[in-house]
Design a protein around this ligand. Structure first.
Ligand code: PLP
Length: 419
């Protein structure tokens, strides 16, 4: 016992946690950002992350600001959420989502969560039992893998097919599933691919899941952020075919991810989830965790009911133009190809052609050198499950987007294989 230090402490880190969180978008981005050259006088262009809230053109609507300020100033919401009562928020979300459904949701179908993130946590935990497995898309959103690993829920991946507009490989879904498969995840509009599924494809997904007897988890955090030919169709439309749990939030459509307000919705008019104990597990999980801030919950009815088309169209138009610029400029950079023009969300996946580059080993190497030489941050595809691809965010100020893509072009010319 030198220096009074104990020889043995009773605690040590939870290994499940450190392994489960090995790959996160934030972690990979931090690693890439660590290579930025501080002496480069040019501004850093962030094409890696999906939070445009800092850009003036993506400022949320004043209706949302006022709703929160009003709720806060009323002094009615200073107690714990279950005590002050925030039922109107559940009713408002039920009405908001029912507009796009052939049946009506009731407040009892809605659970308020701390962002869409907690909703994912709730449903994955509710589905976990010994030997259970879940089917996840590749490329995908790595929080699902991390949370499943933490719950020791086995993960199996099906591919999204770039040559088919990133539709699911449904044959793979069928062959991956077995008697221990509990559910599958569908992210629409898509992160990281920027795709928007057709009504027909969503229906085929529902019918496949029904045949397999599994739940569909529909991640619709980018609901209505669409700007191509396919309109947004919520998976809940097919809730009569197969039970659907929809997760969403105000983070992306209202561009306020820091407000941490999301929801989990059971789209299950036939009551199958209730009968199989899933609803009780959802309630149980939420009973033993924390609630979203009361004044944000209290602001939800005003935010959902009063935000008009002017704000939504403005944001969607900026995204559409940005997606156009992104797609057209990428065509001028030979070492990256974009299989599908993005039609929704804030991202596009592009494939790296390493054979055209002199001294770039893989996607991480590309991103590290790009950050170092050009102060441009892009997400390596490995972070979302596709090695030697890149995920590019186009949800940034248009002038910065052009500047960033221009620097990628210069970077390509500097590293192009000499003929
Ligand atoms: C951003 C995002 C989430 C998390 O949403 P929050 O409301 O910020 O918790 C979940 N799923 C996908 C696909 C996302 O892009």
């Amino acid at each position: 016992m030198e220096n009074g230090t104990a020889e043995r402490w009773g605690f040590r880190g939870n290994e499940v946690l450190s392994t489960a969180s090995a790959i996160t978008i934030r972690g990979v981005l931090n690693e890439v950002m660590g290579n930025i050259n501080e002496s480069d006088p040019r501004p850093v262009i962030p094409l890696g992350h999906g939070d445009p809230s800092a850009f003036p053109c993506f400022r949320t609507t004043q209706i949302a600001d006022d709703a929160v300020a009003d709720a806060l100033r009323s002094a009615k919401f200073n107690g714990y959420a279950p005590t002050v009562g925030v039922l109107p928020a559940r009713r408002a979300i039920a009405d908001y989502l029912s507009k796009d459904l052939p049946y009506k949701l009731s407040p009892g179908d809605i659970y308020m969560t701390i962002g869409c993130t907690q909703a994912i946590e709730v449903i994955l935990t509710a589905l976990t039992r010994p030997k259970a497995n879940i089917l996840l898309p590749r490329p995908g959103f790595p929080f699902y893998e991390a949370r499943a690993a933490y719950s020791r829920l086995e993960v199996r991946h099906f591919d999204l097919l770039p040559e088919k507009g990133w539709e699911l490989d449904l044959d793979a879904v069928v062959s991956l599933a077995d008697e221990n498969t509990v559910g599958m995840v569908v992210i629409n509009p898509g992160n990281p691919c920027g795709n928007v599924f057709t009504y027909q494809h969503l229906k085929m997904i529902a019918e496949t899941a029904k045949k397999l007897g599994i739940l569909v988890i529909a991640d619709e955090v980018y609901d209505h952020l669409t700007f191509g030919s396919n309109p947004f169709v919520p998976m809940g439309v097919f809730g009569t075919i197969v039970p659907v749990v929809t997760v969403g939030s105000i983070s992306k459509r209202w561009i306020v991810p820091g407000w941490r307000l999301g929801w989990l919705v059971t789209n299950d008019p036939n009551g199958i989830l209730e009968k199989h104990g899933i609803v009780d597990c959802i309630k149980g999980f939420l009973n033993i965790s924390s609630d979203p801030a009361t004044f944000i919950q209290a602001a939800v009815p005003q935010i959902l009911e009063k935000t008009g088309d002017v704000f939504f169209s403005k944001i969607v138009n900026i995204l559409r133009e940005a997606a156009d610029v992104c797609y057209d400029t990428i065509k001028e950079i030979p070492c990256i190809t974009c299989p599908n023009k993005p039609e929704g969300s804030m991202f596009v996946m592009v494939k790296l052609n390493l054979s055209l580059l002199e001294d770039i080993k893989d996607d991480i190497d590309f991103c590290v050198k790009l950050a170092k030489e050009e102060s441009v941050v892009v997400l390596p595809g490995v972070a979302v499950g596709l090695k030697n691809w890149l995920r590019v965010t186009f949800a940034i100020e248009p002038s910065s987007l052009e500047e960033g893509l221009g620097r990628i072009k210069v970077f390509y010319l500097r590293h192009a294989k000499k003929q």
